[in-house]
Design a protein around this ligand. Structure first.
Ligand code: F6R
Length: 261
């Protein structure tokens, strides 16, 4: 795992957009794992800008989103299908036929989950997975006690997550109680992961995820097992990291990051 500390959320998004752009330019057929949420909004703005101003071409990319609520139709404004169109898909040259999100309206949710896993395999696996982190440490909707080897499945959302996401709905009662989410094991299979966190409210959980013991109570700690996971945080989210000075030194000295400094 490597940790990059940036001054603010704009710089976090800009560095992440730069990493993604570099990967897309190196492999036009990149399979991108996508996330939703507030943290990602600035990143998608950055990618849209790179598409418009620097001709970043998504036409041959394939995408798989981490999760979708159970019971929301794709055209429901609160669905992650809608989120993706609003923040990203409608503004770049991605072929919608190459974009995938779990179908939270499927009659047979369990077989939908198996099919989603099979589809990821069919496309050769995920090259680069984007991740946000919930206040209680979930990645995707892998709530506490999610098995570290779990695959795509239906999860009941915790009261913390329901409360956290309620601000995007008209009332807390409207937040669906369940979601389909890639499992922790599915995420760990991605070739590269990029986890973004911004703001003081993420400082405690980032310290636990990066420097705490690995536990299924905090699914983000599983990223310590990943071979190539980059965590990009702003100063506020980094404020409780014990070894922040060491992470800054690595970023300043690693040749790999030269073009990003
Ligand atoms: C969304 C997702 C979640 C969010 C996390 C952080 O697809 O998988 O894990 O990334 O809840 O959300 P924000 O960025 O809104 O704090």
């Amino acid at each position: 795992m490597e940790v990059i500390i940036q001054p603010n959320k704009e710089a976090v998004a800009s560095l992440a957009a730069h990493v993604i752009a570099k990967e897309v330019r190196a492999n036009a057929h990149l399979v991108l794992g996508l996330a939703t949420g507030r943290t990602m909004e600035t990143l998608y703005q950055g990618l849209v800008e790179k598409h418009r101003k620097a001709k970043l071409d998504f036409s041959l990319c394939t995408t798989f989103n981490l999760d979708e609520y159970v019971g929301l139709t794709p055209d429901n404004p609160h669905s992650y299908h809608s989120y993706m169109r609003k923040h990203f898909f409608d503004h770049v040259n991605i072929d919608l036929r190459n974009t995938h999100l779990p179908n939270g309206m499927a009659d047979d949710l369990d077989s939908e989950c198996v099919q989603y896993e099979n589809l990821i395999k069919k496309f050769g696996g995920i090259d680069l997975q984007l991740l946000g982190i919930g206040k209680a440490g979930h990645i995707g909707f892998n709530e506490p006690l999610s098995a570290l080897r779990s695959r795509t499945r239906v999860k009941a959302l915790t009261p913390t997550t329901i409360k956290q996401n309620a601000t995007l709905f008209d009332s807390v009662e409207e937040v669906p109680r369940r979601a389909i989410t890639m499992g922790v094991g599915t995420i760990l299979d991605a070739r590269r992961c990029l986890l973004l966190a911004t703001g003081e409210e993420k400082a405690d959980i980032i310290a636990k995820a990066v420097e705490g013991p690995i536990t299924s109570m905090i699914s983000a700690t599983a990223m310590q097992l990943h071979r190539h996971c980059t965590v990009v945080v702003d100063e506020a989210a980094a404020s409780k990291l014990q070894a922040a000075e060491y992470y800054r030194w690595i970023f300043a000295n690693e040749p790999e990051w030269e073009e990003f400094r």
